[in-house]
Design a protein around this ligand. Structure first.
Ligand code: OSB
Ligand code: MG
Length: 368
């Protein structure tokens, strides 16, 4: 496979409803797509983070610069930019997992298309469809939250995740439990909003039979998460703190988490995501596929990952309509609470020409 062209397209797609978390409010998905052209096939990927470094340290403008000046030159210098060679070529650049994931995934898409193989087949996925959960943002009032949850359940979503922060935790969880019952699969995500000093308060959540509490404490503080886990019955799940399979191994060894949210972008791509899945599966630690409000370009490959055998908990991969009135790809739609795992070669989707033209705000040639 020979690299011929790499193009970066800035896109801005309005969200159907603002998404509020403990770190900020998003009203639109502003990011970039990478489009690679090789002598054998083309590939697409999406940078998963936002214009501001609030969920993680990476952000759109920084990632563009890192890809252009540091990652792409290393990959372009390879005799053949096969997916397996990409991460080793970029390894001397520290961090920047989301930027690395974007470049690796576009090349993986192209390589798999050249072989006519789907990502699901490549990864070893075992399901044709995956159950869909939905991540529900922080609302202005409990009645507003209950209305939203009711609507998502009516649409068929099989698991609810509530975003929490200090001042919006026990009461909304109690209200959802009272209204929808104990059988509803329910979990919460704090996005690092608490400290260990809040342990007694967080322990009140133990009364509600939650599947897990996601990233309650600060990013990368495995020690504090382990201390918290000792005081909670609710399983701790890590998101922001897991950047690699080695992190997952450390977190499991320390009992800093009993569940792992794997986001391929956050861990440098699908190859590392698969390794995390394998480490967790070997330890009997359930894994589920998280999301970053991706367009169809990011969602399609996540569905392949979510169909691995160790992904035993329902993920955040919701239908296109949960995010966008109009997606940049053919929309993913919910059937009986499930989304289909793409079966065509590569990530299994491409941008729709018209939608892409309308949502693209600028394009740059990074390599030609
Ligand atoms: O912490 O899981 C998170 C969205 C953006 C950034 C971080 C997170 C989220 C979500 C929504 O919870 C996941 C999705 O529906 O894509
Ligand atoms: Mg999270």
């Amino acid at each position: 496979m020979k690299l011929e062209r790499v193009e970066l397209l800035h896109v801005a797609i309005p969200l159907v409803t603002p998404f509020r978390t403990s770190f900020g409010t998003m009203t639109s998905k502003d990011t970039f797509l990478l489009h690679v052209v090789t002598d054998e096939a083309e590939g697409w990927s999406e940078f998963a983070a936002d214009p501001e470094p609030l969920y993680c340290s990476e952000f759109v403008a920084g990632a563009e610069l890192v890809i252009r000046d540091f990652l792409l030159p290393r990959v372009a210098a390879l005799p053949a930019p096969t997916t397996a060679a990409v991460a080793p070529a970029m390894a001397s650049v520290k961090g920047h997992e989301l930027a690395k994931a974007a470049l690796e995934t576009a090349l993986l898409d192209a390589e798999l298309r050249a072989y006519g193989m789907s990502l699901a087949t490549f990864l070893g996925s075992v399901h044709e469809r995956v159950p869909a959960g939905v991540s529900v943002g922080i609302k202005n009032s409990v009645p507003e939250l209950l209305d939203d949850v009711e609507r998502y359940l009516a649409e068929g979503y099989l698991r609810i995740k509530l975003k929490i922060e200090p001042g919006w935790d026990v009461e909304p969880v109690r209200a959802v439990r009272e209204r929808f019952g104990d059988a509803l699969p329910l979990q919460v995500d704090a996005n690092t909003a608490y400290t260990l000093a809040d342990a007694d308060h967080l322990r009140r959540l133990d009364d509600f039979g939650l599947l897990l509490i996601e990233e309650p404490l600060e990013e990368n503080n495995l020690h504090a998460h382990a201390r918290l886990q000792q005081r909670l019955r609710t399983p701790v799940c890590l998101d922001e703190s897991i950047h690699s399979a080695r992190d997952a191994a450390s977190a499991i060894a320390l009992d800093a988490c009993r569940v792992v949210n794997v986001k391929p972008a956050r861990v440098g791509g699908y190859l590392e995501a698969r390794r995390i899945h394998d480490v967790c599966a070997a330890h009997g630690v359930p894994v589920w596929c998280g999301g970053m409000l991706e367009t169809g370009i990011g969602r399609a490959p996540n569905l392949a990952l979510a169909a691995l055998p160790g992904c035993t908990l329902t993920g955040d991969t919701s239908a296109s309509l949960r995010y966008f009135a109009e997606d940049i790809t053919e929309p993913f739609t919910l059937h009986d609470g499930h989304l289909p795992v793409p079966t065509s070669p590569g990530i299994g989707t491409t941008p729709l020409t018209d939608a892409l033209a309308r949502f693209t705000t600028s394009r740059r040639e990074l390599y030609a």
